[in-house]
Design a protein around this ligand. Sequence first.
Ligand code: LER
Ligand code: MN
Length: 268
Amino acid sequence: MKLAIQHTMLSGQTLEERFQKAAQYSFAGVELAVGGFSGSIFEHLEEIQSAIRNSGLPVSSICTTRADDLITPDPAERAERKANMIRLLQLAEELGATGVVCVPIRPPSRLPDLSPLGSEDDLIEQLLVITLQEIIAETADLDAAIFLEPLNRYETRFLRTLSHAARIGQKVGHRRVRVLADFFHMNIEETDIPAAIQSVSSRIGHVHLADSNRLLPGYGHIDFNAGLRALKQSGFNGWMTLECGIPGNPDKTLPESIARMRDYWKQA
Ligand code: LER
Ligand code: MN
């Protein structure tokens, strides 16, 4: 079980202090949240590298924000976002991270409905598949994956289930396009979380951990025992990253939550 935590969840004046904190809590890696850097993440390369070196913890993955979503109606902006995703994949590779989170589109971005030529969703999907194929072709020398993340209905209209993400991955037709299973979103959108995981098992490349109220696992009502069992039994061996709020004193609640997750994994 490879457990990581987003760097913005950790206390510390510097990135290195946050990495040290993650090591102290016995995490095996840290997920960088693009939105948690002043200016652009690309300006922080040395700081990130020295945090890795001095803490001994690797960067598991890079999580993006709305401004990084690939699909927007403006072609010039789309080209910029594609170039940005390519730079993020190069950064992930350089840092030894497994990949970059990708949400296709969130409000307020919309595409026009051009029915009968294509509905808004048809156009988004076609554009997304072509863009992902181009990104994969233009980064053919890299291993870093693109983790397609379904969100819940209050954050996006377009991609909300693991099965839809798996279908898009299949259309792109490359092993570097993987599915991200985020428990918080799955709790809202999937009928049955373990079944959803099992049905796309070989395509899952990354996991985000948060409970139903987006607090630490154990503080809401998601059955993590069943969810982690489904992941383990389907052979998942990627990173699981905490992306949630921390109730109470982190020095107490974080280790308790991680210990419970580790127990579930061991017993699965
Ligand atoms: C957003 O809710 C989310 O889950 C992130 O991983 C991507 O922005
Ligand atoms: Mn997430």
